[in-house]
Design a protein around this ligand. Structure first.
Ligand code: SF4
Ligand code: SF4
Ligand code: SF4
Length: 275
């Protein structure tokens, strides 16, 4: 992706978020949606723009802008459970609000356009994990990715049980589930990062959201591509990739292709500007 394409991408991403913001504001008659999605869209577009200017902390700025907003403002202050349990909760109540909208845009249908950009630029779990020392994994990938299906099923069963047992004050339980769930995610994520010497071990093996993200991002419109004419097969891009993606293979079936979080570390490392 050259600089012109990069700027175009940031405008397109901003346009997508602004369209969602306007549509939801007008259809749901709620100003919150306009402010919420405009803020997220502008934050991401700003990060992409700064990246084009070669500002090295561009991605981290977006992670903090969006991640802290969702964790502190939406989660703790507005008391919306934006984790996967919150998504199931709103889905079961039949309400197209907060977490269901967030999941639809960022994690289910959005990845058809921007792949796992959420994971690289906005996730509040990864926002913390990316501060840890193992930005480039120091151990080979493990074959334990099946754990994500267990955590996915457990999250579903947890909310289903609450509904079927008709417990009272379910909103309060969901709020505490958000707090406890985040503490558990951070604890497991940090421990795994040190055990596997890999900041993104939690993303690779545990995160239940990848059950949505991976298949949808397979069809992503935007992905990092390699210009074979320029590539000298030096392997530097693969060495710095936090997700072990075979980025020089342009096919959709490339190794770990659905793991790409669009962090652009490979692009920064390429001596030939082939990515
Ligand atoms: S895989 Fe999960 S924890 Fe990791 S960045 Fe994506 S959503 Fe966040
Ligand atoms: S380094 Fe490149 S291939 Fe690897 S996750 Fe980041 S953008 Fe994707
Ligand atoms: S770093 Fe660039 S030149 Fe080297 S293998 Fe990757 S794409 Fe090719």
């Amino acid at each position: 992706m050259n600089r012109k394409q990069g700027c175009l991408t940031s405008v397109v991403i901003w346009g997508v978020f602004e369209s969602v913001a306007l549509t939801l504001w007008l259809t749901k008659d709620n100003l919150f949606y306009l402010l919420n999605f405009s803020y997220i869209g502008i934050s991401i577009a700003l990060g992409l723009f700064l990246f084009q200017l070669n500002y090295k902390h561009a991605r981290r700025i977006v992670q903090l802008l969006v991640g802290l907003y969702m964790l502190i403002y939406l989660g703790l202050i507005c008391q919306e459970n934006m984790q996967i349990e919150g998504f199931w909760y709103y889905l079961f109540t039949g309400v197209f609000e907060a977490a269901t909208i967030h999941y639809s845009v960022a994690k289910i249908f959005g990845p058809l356009i921007f792949g796992r950009g959420w994971c690289g630029f906005a996730c509040w779990t990864a926002m913390v994990l990316d501060f840890l020392p193992y930005k480039v994994p120091l151990s080979p990938r493990k074959k334990i990715g099946f754990i994500r299906y267990i955590t996915f099923t457990l999250s579903l069963l947890f909310v289903l049980t609450l509904f079927l047992s008709q417990v009272g004050n379910i909103e309060r339980i969901m709020f505490w589930a958000f707090i406890i769930g985040n503490v558990v995610y951070y604890a497991i994520g940090i421990i795994l990062a040190f055990v596997f010497k890999d900041n993104r071990a939690f993303c690779k093996y545990i995160c239940p959201i990848t059950v949505f993200l991976k298949p949808m991002s397979y069809f992503a419109l935007f992905k990092v591509k390699c210009d074979k004419e320029k590539c000298i097969a030096c392997g530097k891009c693969k060495k710095v990739c936090p997700m072990n993606v075979d980025v020089t293979d342009n096919s959709r079936k490339r190794k770990n292709g659905t793991e790409c979080i669009l962090c652009m570390e490979c692009k920064k490392a390429c001596p030939k500007e082939a990515l």
